[in-house]
Ligand binder design. Structure first.
Ligand code: GDP
Length: 286
């Protein structure tokens, strides 16, 4: 009767939070479409739903099943013999992932716009749990790619910073944290930079982007052709005085992780552990 229904309702609610949205961003060619397709294929194996093919030109929303063996923040210490793990495979945890095109021209209209909408949403159904920013770690040695990637990431972090600091919001309540995972993809490639170098390179380049924007603020005549994210603020908590690091973002309430992986590649299980560590990051946001 009613108690069973209630139990079912609460159990479902706990097992599959409906409000777990993630946004997948990053420059074109990083592997976002490949990642989305892989997750969807893995999920359809689990739930036998059909999966579509994607192009990189439109934003897509997919429902993904978190593998039962991946712990979540609320269930961090479950062991293999834990009955809740068996329950999890019967009643899997799902989340939604929105993939966005990374091409320069579409970035302003789609990726950044999507982030702004999702990050400012008060609707619990559209609540953003985290941002996955994917990068091609084999391409970052190219100066132009590095600059493009860092500029995009800078803009993403600035939007999250503004949200976190609650500028221009009537509410006095501080916004809940939206963490960022920098998914250092293509670790299977011989030419890939390891995650530690990716971190350093991006920090140094974001520092350069930040410095040139600060300079631009002082030079009123400067014409910035970049995406307008409101050029009135500096990324980081130090007014652009020091050297930028992702640690600075923690002071404004945004946790940034750089984690290696590989969507493709034969030896992904050993080298980049595939996408497992990214799934673990997602689990820790749930
Ligand atoms: P998107 O523009 O971010 O959606 O990137 P795509 O998903 O279209 O991927 C761009 C290219 O990188 C494709 O040729 C993919 O097959 C390739 N790719 C994606 N992930 C990996 C990976 O982990 N390793 C390797 N070697 N190639 C990858």
């Amino acid at each position: 009767g009613v108690p069973i229904l209630l139990h079912y309702f609460f159990y479902r609610a706990a097992a599959s939070p409906p409000s777990s949205n993630f946004l997948l961003l990053g420059p074109s060619g990083a592997g976002k479409t490949a990642f989305t397709t892989l997750l969807e294929a893995k999920s359809s194996l689990a739930s036998k739903t059909t999966h579509n093919t994607h192009t990189s030109q439109v934003s897509t929303l997919i429902t993904v099943t978190l593998p039962a063996s991946v712990p979540t923040a609320s269930n961090r210490y479950r062991s293999v013999n834990d009955p809740s793990l068996k329950e999890a495979s019967r009643n899997p945890i799902k989340y939604r992932l929105r993939d966005t095109p990374g091409h320069g021209k579409l970035r302003a209209s789609q990726g950044i716009a999507e982030l702004q909408t999702m990050a400012s949403s008060n609707d619990s159904k559209n609540k953003l749990r985290g941002v996955i920013f994917m990068v091609d770690t084999a391409a970052l040695v190219d100066e132009a790619v590095l600059r493009d990637t860092a500029t995009y990431l800078h803009d993403v972090l600035l939007i999250l910073q503004k949200r976190s600091l609650g500028k221009g919001r009537s509410s006095t309540k501080r916004a809940t944290e939206i963490p960022v995972l920098i998914a250092a993809n293509k670790q299977d490639l011989f030419t890939a930079l390891p995650p530690g170098s990716v971190r350093e390179k991006l920090e140094a380049e974001i520092d350069r982007v930040r410095k040139s924007k600060t300079k631009g603020l002082m030079d009123a005549s400067m014409d910035t052709a970049d995406v307008d994210v409101g050029e009135d603020e500096v990324l980081g908590d130090d007014d652009g005085q020091g050297v930028f690091s992702f640690k600075l973002m923690e002071d404004v309430g945004i946790k940034v992780d750089v984690t290696g992986g590989a969507v493709k590649g034969e030896s992904q299980e050993e080298v980049g552990s595939g996408v497992r560590r990214w799934e673990e990051w997602v689990g820790m946001c749930l």
